[in-house]
Design a protein around this ligand. Structure first.
Ligand code: UDP
Ligand code: MG
Length: 327
């Protein structure tokens, strides 16, 4: 295993999609930050920012190449086509993993407050492997975005996925946490769900989210909904279990329906033929739902097998040497 440096080599990993308007300011601020962290002894001289161009159609890559030429702190990776924020981020983290002691992911638009970057590294130096950036309040969001985002975290919790409330992708990960992440081979990426599964000691840094510095959001509502659905379907098979439970409920209710229908029949309230139809609709509906749930249960199992997530990760191993064992 590669030796860790002291102070640590810190990498800022920044996915960029059509960000020509903000990039000069982002690079300027992150360079200043890296220098000030180096002066404070929080970051090694080999610390860098890694800009990942997610197949932009504007001048983003030209700018990255230009900054790379002028500024020794800047490294760049260009994806061959637009693969979305999560994939671009994963590519950046996996590239940084080889070179850094810890990597901090942040957005290119300077919405993530760069003033708290020092706190991330301080917590890392205190022994944390993962540090989550958590938003203090959502003043800069519209009512709609705030309500949907907070509702989403609650639904995720209810479905059993361990996500950190109000944390997006502003986070620090140590090299061994990144190595842990590299073992998750799934294609439907939802990083903020995977990272808590990696384990290790973690902590939070609270920050205020700013307005986008320039340009427009690259996450329109359609992308946001599909991202949220991806999160739910990648981390929970509970919706499948809900089908079974619903089926059981309807089957039980159908017994009462059956009784009611029979009473109506014998009491002469029912028109002829009604009893048979009502009984079969309820009973068959319930049974079908239950069967779907059973099939769903197996599909859920296949799904988790296919994802082939790591089953465990050893944090520490206390071993006796051969000689001590003999004593
Ligand atoms: N992004 C990306 N690929 C995409 C969409 C977005 O790499 O397909 C990047 C974008 O450049 C930014 C980050 O992901 O650095 C977050 O995007 P954005 O700020 O547009 O999202 P919002 O903050 O509005 O949710
Ligand atoms: Mg943004």
């Amino acid at each position: 295993m590669k030796e860790l440096s002291n102070p640590p080599i810190v990498y800022f990993v920044v996915p960029c999609y059509n960000e020509e308007q903000v990039l000069p300011e982002t690079v300027k601020r992150l360079t200043e930050k890296l220098h000030s962290m180096q002066e404070k002894g929080l970051a090694h001289g080999n610390s860098r920012m890694l800009l990942v161009d997610d197949g932009s159609k504007d001048k983003t890559w030209e700018l990255i190449s230009q900054f790379h030429g002028e500024n020794p702190c800047v490294e760049g990776v260009k994806l061959a086509h637009n693969r979305g924020h999560q994939n671009a981020l994963l590519c950046g983290l996996m590239t940084a993993m080889e070179r850094c002691d810890c990597a901090i992911s942040l957005d290119a638009d300077l919405q993530d407050d760069t003033d708290v970057l020092d706190q991330f590294v301080e917590k890392y130096l205190d022994g944390c492997d993962v540090v989550y950036g958590v938003r203090n309040k959502r003043d800069t969001d519209t009512f709609f975005k705030k309500a949907t985002a907070e509702g989403f975290y609650k639904v995720m919790k209810f479905l059993g996925a361990d996500v950190v409330f109000n944390h997006a992708d502003y986070r620090l990960m140590s090299r061994r946490a990144l190595e842990g992440l590299s073992e998750y081979r799934e294609v439907n990426l939802f990083l903020r769900g995977i990272v808590p599964l990696i384990g290790y000691r973690s902590d939070y840094v609270y920050y205020d989210r700013h307005e986008r510095f320039a340009g427009e959001s690259k996450y329109p509502l359609k992308k946001m909904i599909s991202f949220a659905l991806d999160g739910i379907t990648s981390f929970s098979v509970k919706p499948l279990k809900l089908i079974s439970n619903f089926g059981i409920l309807i089957s039980v209710l159908s017994v009462f329906g059956l009784l009611y229908a029979l009473i109506s029949y014998f009491a002469g309230w029912a028109v002829s033929g009604w009893t048979a139809i009502v009984c079969s609709i309820w009973l068959l509906g319930g049974l079908q739902m239950l069967c779907l749930g059973v099939v769903g249960g197996y599909i859920g199992k296949i799904y988790s097998e296919v994802k082939a997530r790591p089953r465990f990760r050893i944090e520490e191993h206390l071993e006796q040497s051969e000689e001590e064992k003999k004593d």
